[in-house]
Design a protein around this ligand. Sequence first.
Ligand SMILES: [Zn+2]
Length: 133
Amino acid sequence: MAISANRPSSGDRLVDWIFRQFLLLLNNRKLKIRRKRSVVKFRGKRRWAVRGISDMTAGPDNRGIEITISSAKSVHVNRHQEVETLIHELAHILFPKVRERFIRVLEDILVAKFIKEQRRLLGSFLPRRPTKK
Ligand SMILES: [Zn+2]
């Protein structure tokens, strides 16, 4: 998809700049997005369901980026919430050195500031069907 001049705008330059960076990422062939019925993290013997994960060393050459969003209804009640997680994961990729709790603050700000058309455009990159594996 081409990034057009009539891209939706929040009117806030910083928010729109981040939105543009997100679109550039989403249009980058190195980035893959999938939805999965269960997204789980492991640490030692512990495993727990998460909203999403991003892997910045994906693919055969370890240079791909993969975002996996949980499609479990117990995690995201609806598509809107999945878009919020997509915003969170894109923020991790755009600011890889920023810590989790600051990414959460950024997510909250962006979710509040992005206008409906911006969120809808981001959501259009989520695949319709979850992958099996
Ligand atoms: Zn995170």
